[in-house]
Design a protein around this ligand. Structure first.
Ligand code: C5P
Length: 224
């Protein structure tokens, strides 16, 4: 069964812990740059102490030795999963997986907020097929022995077919009918993400912005 990860992109640790307490059955908490920059490692320890698996999503992209040390620091804090950018390249990815210990390091392929036009603008060349680019980057993650990749629902089926059953594929940009896409471009419903081969779904504003987050959480779990 796919795992449901709640993205605690909230302005304070107090609000994040209050929301977590309202979600019975919660297993995974994603801590990103907003919460981590405000609260630091203490918020990781708080979640770990509550028995939750922490996904530290800081999307490291730096020289190999620095990323390796950051991954090792995450392992010391009891982090269960952490992200690096596959665009950091093979040496950086290999350094990250070498330092992983018990941390499942996963590589971001192309951000779900990017569409083709934006990627073309960034790269300064035509990109006929975003799926091809995502697959190319995902192969770097596999070659560097990362545990998995982060990809949008749009590339999911392609990556699952190309890279085999073992790889974790973490899918953010989950939206249900009627939701605002906000800054996301390549969104997918939870049910479709599971059908197409996601192992982990990241749900943020669909849940954190809802009046009844516990109800939304339960409906998502039921739909998995
Ligand atoms: O609120 P929403 O569901 O759009 O949040 C998506 C979460 O997933 C955010 O925490 C964002 O940092 C993260 N994410 C993403 N796209 C990626 C990798 C991570 O949206 N490629």
């Amino acid at each position: 069964m796919a795992e449901l990860i709640v993205a605690f992109d909230l302005p304070s640790g107090r609000e994040a812990l209050a929301l977590a307490a309202r979600l019975p059955g919660l297993r995974w908490a994603k801590i990103g740059p907003v919460l981590y920059t405000r609260e630091g490692p203490a918020i990781v320890r708080e979640f770990v102490a509550r028995g939750l698996r922490v996904f530290l999503d800081l999307k490291w992209h730096d020289i190999p030795s620095i990323v390796a040390e950051a991954v090792a620091a995450a392992a010391e804090q009891g982090v269960a999963m952490a992200t690096v950018h596959t665009l950091g390249g093979p040496a950086m990815l290999t350094a990250a997986s070498g330092a992983a210990g018990n941390v499942a390091v996963v590589g971001v392929t192309i951000l779900t907020s990017h569409d083709t036009a934006e990627v073309e603008h960034v790269l300064g060349r035509g990109v006929p097929d975003l799926g091809f680019e995502a697959e190319r980057l995902a192969r770097l993650a596999v070659e560097a022995r990362l545990r998995g990749v982060v990809a949008s629902g749009r590339e999911l089926a392609l990556l699952r077919a190309a890279l085999g059953a073992d790889l974790w594929i973490v899918v953010p940009g989950i939206r249900e009918p009627g939701d605002s896409t906000a800054d996301q471009r390549r969104t997918v419903t939870a049910a479709d993400a599971v059908r197409l081969g996601a192992t982990h779904l990241v749900v943020g504003r669909h849940l954190t912005g809802a009046g009844d987050p516990a109800g939304v959480y339960q409906r998502l779990v039921d739909s998995l």
